[in-house]
Design a protein around this ligand. Structure first.
Ligand code: TPP
Ligand code: MG
Length: 553
């Protein structure tokens, strides 16, 4: 006899889910009891369901395996920002929300989010690849299976199951329409590698004089790093990443043009528009506002022929004319290129690429105040070779892009698209959970830390040694640009002085506070040397923390 809960747990296992994050409510009782009896699942109790979602997101991006989030009532509404973030970034995630018992639907039972109550499913349906509301054992199995098929589909993203409390322990009928009798929903999906397509692309590469590879978030989600570098080296092909794809490949490689678009140093644009590049091969890229610097008119004059690779055909021709659209996952495409003959002769190589800009001198600061760029540069010098970086929302993204080159493939995670404050702080815990052998460092602002820094307590509980470096400037700096000079920004940006090292101590972690430039290196060394979760709280002059971010330039 299989219950609804048994079936859900079995499907989670088959989907590779081993981590469930969230907060309990009384309505989640049957599900949590059911999961707790099962070996191989780790429950991570978070301090906020939104943060649980970011943690699951970080885990999935770092491991390539989805995680689950559990929530109910106001916990389910709390999780929505993380679900939206996962949706935008194509991060697979299972969200299970517990509903009141079916007979109570629509009767103003406490926290009734069912379709007959607050109707939260409508919002989940908008944000998720699929949202199923289970209301009967008669089709519970087929609904659960539908959700898991969507979880394994491309393009990936969050899926939602609303599960009433009273159905978890109900026995499923022996046979249900639309379900596989036994075993996984989809045992294996084989993506064909097509050599004819690879040959066509290689022919175009051979005819081009200045080709370039552009790598987006799709490459990250497919976990291809070394494969890309192998092909680029074979072909002498220069590459750039989109802002969202940053981290897929190293930037210290001679073929790297850095980041194309927002937060980039301009080299990739120089090559693309001024060289000009005549063949742009875009893999897993959506030509969005970030890569085009808010749809800069420069893109209207693009000379390059665009070959675009995406599993979703609706990505083709959006903003730029696609001369060849290839419907494939980033992984299948790059693997095909590697199996085909290499282009002859190898393309450009290092010669002819714009040189990386020289690192400028540390900007002069008054007295002994700390400049965020200097934080990045010292950090870059101190980071061990197994370091993985996460950034939060805010100016920290700009400083990390400027001062922390990606040295190792797969070692940088930023969430720039939806960019919810606090996502990096909690996401870093998920990254560290997925990669216990790496040294995970998160860079965040004080505003973001005050939003989700309580998740340090989650890391303490789980014994996960993340280092958070907080640029504490006493303000919400990143959003003040458009209002500067038009109003006193303090009413919408100022944060009273906060001792975040003391906050870390109060949460059971180590806290280190640095106030002057002369203390900076020792503070960074101490934080990176900590054995457990540690928060390095760095006082930053609010007057300095205003980078000129080249949106629209
Ligand atoms: C949940 C959420 N609320 C608001 C914003 C808009 N926002 C983006 S960055 C930012 C300021 C962040 O302040 P802080 O973390 O202190 O970093 P700073 O820019 O000061 O370095 C705000 C309000 C957001 N991205 N996410
Ligand atoms: Mg700030």
């Amino acid at each position: 006899m299989t219950t609804v809960g048994d079936h859900l747990v079995a499907r989670m296992r088959e989907a590779g889910i081993s981590v469930l994050c969230g907060l309990p409510t009384s309505r989640l009782d049957s599900l949590l009891v059911r999961v707790s009896r099962e070996p191989g699942f780790q429950i991570v109790l978070a301090r906020h369901e939104g943060a649980a979602g970011y943690l699951a997101d970080g885990f999935a991006r770092a491991s390539g395996q989805p995680a689950a989030v559990f929530a109910a009532g106001p916990g389910a509404t709390n999780v929505l920002s993380a679900v939206a973030n996962a949706s935008v970034n194509h991060v697979p995630m299972l969200v299970v929300t517990a509903e009141v018992s079916v007979p109570e639907f629509g009767l103003h039972s406490q926290q009734d989010t069912s379709d007959d109550g607050l109707g939260l499913g409508t919002t989940f349906r908008r944000l998720c690849r699929i949202s199923v509301s289970i209301e009967s054992v008669a089709n519970a199995q087929s609904k659960i299976d539908r959700a898991f098929r969507a979880l394994g589909n491309t393009p990936s993203g969050p899926v939602h199951i609303a599960l009433p409390r009273d159905l978890v322990d109900e026995v499923l009928p022996a046979y249900q329409l639309g379900t596989a009798a036994t075993g996984p929903v989809v045992a294996e999906i084989v993506v064909p590698r097509c050599l004819e397509v690879a040959d066509e692309v290689i022919g175009r590469l051979e005819r081009a004089t200045a080709p370039m590879l552009l790598l987006g978030n799709g490459c990250r989600m497919d976990g291809i790093h070394e494969e890309i570098i192998a092909f680029c080296e074979k072909a002498g092909l220069p590459y750039a990443t989109t802002p969202n794809g940053r981290g897929v490949v190293p930037e210290t490689h001679p073929l790297s043009l850095g980041v194309l678009g927002l937060f980039g140093d301009g080299r990739a644009e120089q090559y693309l528009f001024d060289t000009p590049c005549d063949l742009l091969i875009a893999v897993g890229v959506s030509f969005d506002g970030l890569v085009t610097r808010s749809f800069s008119p420069r893109w209207n004059g693009l000379k390059a022929e665009v070959v675009q690779i995406d599993p979703d055909t609706s990505a083709f021709g959006r903003l730029v004319a696609t001369s060849l659209g290839i419907t494939a996952s980033s992984r299948a495409f790059v693997e095909s290129l590697n199996s085909a003959r290499p282009p002859q002769p190898p393309r450009l190589g290092r010669a002819g690429l714009p040189a990386p800009p020289a690192r400028p001198a540390v900007p002069e600061t008054e007295d002994d105040t700390i400049h965020p760029l200097e934080v990045m540069w010292i950090l870059d010098a101190l980071l061990p070779s197994n370091a993985t970086l996460c950034t939060d929302s805010g100016t920290c993204i700009f400083w990390a892009f400027q001062g922390l080159p990606v040295r190792r493939p797969g070692s940088f995670f930023a969430t720039i698209d939806f960019a919810p404050m606090g996502c990096g702080i909690a996401g870093a815990i998920g990254v560290a959970l997925a990669r216990p052998d790496e040294r995970v460092v998160c860079i965040a602002g004080d505003g973001a830390f005050l939003m989700h820094g309580t998740e340090v307590s989650t890391a303490v509980a789980q014994g996960i040694p993340v280092t958070w470096i907080v640029l504490n400037d006493g303000q919400l700096s990143a959003t003040t640009g458009p209002i500067r000079g038009r109003m006193d920004p303090s009413s919408v940006a100022k944060i009273p002085a906060s001792d975040l090292a003391a906050m870390a101590g109060a949460l059971g972690a180590e806290g280190v506070r640095v106030e002057t430039r002369s203390e900076l290196r020792a503070g960074l060394e101490k934080a990176l040397g900590a054995g457990g979760p540690c928060v390095l709280d760095i006082a930053i002059d609010p007057q300095i923390n205003k980078p000129e971010i080249g949106v629209g330039k």
